[in-house]
Design a protein around this ligand. Sequence first.
Ligand code: SF4
Ligand code: SF4
Length: 367
Amino acid sequence: MAVSDYDAAAIKEKLKKAIDQHFPLERFFSPSDAILLKPNLLMPATPDQAVVTHPVLVQAVAGIFQDFGCPVSVGDSPGGFVDRKAMEDVYGQSGYFALRQAGVQLLNPDQSVEREGLPFCWWAAGGYKLVSLPKIKTHELMTLTLAVKNMYGCISGAQKSKLHVDYLRPIDFVEMLLKVYRLARPAFSICDGILAMEGPGPSLRGFPRHLGVVVLGDDALYVDLAISRLLGVSDARHILIRRAKELGLVQEDQLEMISEVPVPLVKDYKLPRQLGLDRIPAAVFEPLKALLKFYPVVTDRCTACGACIQVCPRKTITMKGKRALIHKERCIRCLCCAEMCRFGAIELEKNLLLKMASAAAKLIRGK
Ligand code: SF4
Ligand code: SF4
């Protein structure tokens, strides 16, 4: 759906028309359903930075469900270790307080419930019908973060960083993501690509990119496949789609795309550079896993705000002069610091062995 800017009334009208035409609400929901809108609220960021799902889109979707008779709430579990006060900061800076005035409840990720070994936020553990409202963004580990990856925010914040370490290789992370998706499957996905992100996303080092598009569908995997095609991203790069196809969860010839915009929408969408972890065969990776490392490093964009020091679960960051300093020895590479740095001052650096392994795999596979 082509949508040029964040005009609340125009978005609501256009979305309602598309929903009525292709996905009538009564086919998927009843007015007694409690709706949980799950935007991407990675960190406190203003809407023009393209990190969070724009509040105007969320408000338009909330209004459509409220008009249908459903009570509507919003929930996410941002990066880092978020308490109630920090969550208010995320909602406030991201422009979500207006939703409260419109009768939408803003929920906290303060309690978790275990499901099949994964710690879900209480609001994603049943009781709500979920609607995924992702921002269309690039992601340094996954290439893209879209409707399926957005549901990773249903995992309780304190545990997300640990899972990132446990599932270091993107292919392993994807397997875990597909499990999250199975357990917290959204009934609808509506993706904010009006102002998207490209380059080294998903945080503040990525670049806002106006695409002027909203993508909606009733199957998040097919929504992700459609966006991949709109952006001209191959399955070789989009590992989630590649794996979902291998597992028979999504099929190219089953994709039914009704599009007002050209496909591909853009020919020069900038992807992040690849870390190369996936090129390393599992037989080589597993025995060397503990030695193949990437680390966050602080660049001269650091303003010494101290936010990374507060968020680091291992307390391994100190302030040296006017710049944060990461002590690598205790770092578990959860990347909370990089995600939460509002100045995009933390970058990823491979250690020598990982650089060598990536280069060797590239040579062997000719990629
Ligand atoms: S690295 Fe980022 S979060 Fe940490 S002190 Fe510097 S500017 Fe603040
Ligand atoms: S320094 Fe390491 S352990 Fe601390 S937040 Fe950053 S990545 Fe996580």
